[in-house]
Design a protein around this ligand. Sequence first.
Ligand code: SF4
Length: 256
Amino acid sequence: MDLSDLYKKAAAFEFLSVEEGVFLYHHAPLSDLMFIADELRKQQVPHGKVTWQIDRNVNTTNVCIANCKFCNFFRIPGHAEAYITDMPTYRKKIEETIKYGGDQLLLQGGHHPELGLQFYVDTFKAIKAEFPDIRLHALGPPEVAHITKLEKSTHHEVLKALKEAGLDSLPGAGAEILIDRVRRLISKGKCGAQEWLDIMHEAHKLDITTSATMMFGHVETIEERFEHLVKIRKFKAVNRKELTDFWHLLPGLSRM
Ligand code: SF4
C-alpha cells in the first residue's frame, strides 16, 4: 500500500477500505490528513459557510436496566436518586435554552422498564404544544429498540408514532463501536450492531434525519474503529462530487 495512492483515492472521493484506513492510521502524518480533509471540505462547502446549532441536553429519565459498563449516569429502578423528568422541569430548561439562543433539545435517557411508547408520545406532544419551535432531536436506536421490545411492536411503528408526536430527528446515540464483540463487552443490554443500523434504515424510510456517534478508546481494536466507520459510511448517502485535483498542492508529495 502506498500513501500517495490512498491520498489520491480520498481526494477523488473514492471510498477507502478498512485495511486502507488502518494503513493511514499507522503511517499517514496528521498534517497530510488534515490538509486533505480541509480540501474536501472546501469542495463540499464552496461558500465556506460554517453553521452550528445551539441545543441543550435534557434527560427523560435516569432509570435504566441496560447496565453499560462505562455509564455513571443510570440508576436502577427504585433507587433513591431515580427520576423521570416532569413538565415543569422541561418548561424551565426549554425557556432557559430559548433565552440563550437555543432551538433544540437533545432528549435522551435510560431504558426504563416501565416507560413505553405512550409515555414518549405524550412527552413529545406536551413539549411541542407549548414550544412548537423547539426541535426534538430525541432518543436513539437503543431506546427505540427498547421501546419496540416493551411494546412487542416494530421499529417502523414506533418511529412513525414518535415522528407524529413531534420527533424531528433521531440522534445516532449508543453506537459506541458497531461491532458485536465490543458491544457484548461494554454494553450488553443495548441493541446489537445490526439492529442499530436497521433502526436507522427505518428512520430514513420515514424521512427522519439521523446522525451517528462513535465512542472509542476502550476495548476496541484499531481495525474495529475502521469497521465501525465503514459500516456507517456504507449506510449514509454520500455526495460523490467530482473534485478538482488538489493533491499536487500537498507539500512533499508532488510525485502524486
Ligand atoms: S443505556 Fe444509556 S443510560 Fe443505560 S446504562 Fe447504557 S449508557 Fe447508561
